[in-house]
Design a protein around this ligand. Structure first.
Ligand SMILES: [Mn+2]
Length: 236
């Protein structure tokens, strides 16, 4: 008889070039090929291994990498230098590489183009993933994400507020602002629905993932199946 292997779904955000911590977190969770990883954007900038993180994410067949404001800003810059330099790929690539002083030499043309083509969101019947915020109607229900402006998805500054509680059947995962600005424990902040116990992901109306690794040294990741949070910090 074949063993039943349950797929686990993991959600992470704002890795910001922390390749070592990212890999340690996958190890800590025993992440494997049958699992799914969703990265809610801002894998680049601040930390030293931006392109290593990007190449890792893009090479994983079981990872979904959505756009954050840092990837979006990179895409805008790329469009600008393409207009300026035309078909001089070497000049363009050199400028793009300068944006990543520590590991820019790992950036190739294909990776740069893929960074500009990341999806703005990911959704399932249980949850939605965006970088900064999802559009809600006056009753707090989610509006269709395919109609949302990319600028709202990647730059929204209000969605993180404690008073913004989506009233939808699905949970909204997001990052963008370090949770330490809201709660000093630098943990993932999961907002329970009124009367819910937190056993399944839909018991939460939203989950704020950005533990601000570049400020706090802590990177977190959420597992959907048992609502467990994994963390890695500086090595002692
Ligand atoms: Mn961001």
């Amino acid at each position: 008889m074949r063993a039943i292997i349950e797929t686990m779904q993991y959600i992470i955000s704002d890795i910001h070039g922390e390749y070592g911590k990212f890999m340690r977190l996958l190890d800590a969770a025993r992440f494997c090929d049958g699992d799914l990883l969703v990265c809610c954007g801002d894998a680049i900038d601040k930390g030293k291994d931006s392109i290593r993180v990007v190449r890792q994410l893009l090479s994983m067949k079981n990872a979904v990498y959505i756009m954050g404001n840092h990837e979006y800003d990179f895409a805008k810059y790329f469009s600008g230098v393409k207009l300026q330099y035309g078909d001089d790929r070497n000049a363009i690539l050199n400028l793009l590489r300068e944006r990543f002083p520590a590991d820019g030499d790992l950036l190739d043309w294909d990776t740069a183009e893929r960074l500009c083509a990341l999806p703005g969101f990911y959704e399932t019947s249980q949850y939605v993933c965006v970088h900064a915020g999802a559009p809600l109607d006056a009753q707090g229900r989610l509006l269709p994400l395919h109609r949302a402006r990319i600028e709202q998805l990647v730059y929204d500054r209000d969605f993180k507020e404690k008073t913004v509680l989506p009233q939808d059947g699905r949970c909204v995962f997001f990052g963008h602002t370090p949770t330490v600005y809201i709660d000093p424990r630098c943990r993932i902040l999961a907002y329970l629905r009124r009367g819910a116990v937190g056993k399944t992901v839909t018991d939460y109306c939203k989950i704020h993932l950005d533990t601000g690794v570049y400020l706090t040294g802590t990177l977190g990741m959420f597992r959907v199946e048992d609502c467990h949070c994994f963390y890695v910090s500086e090595r002692a």
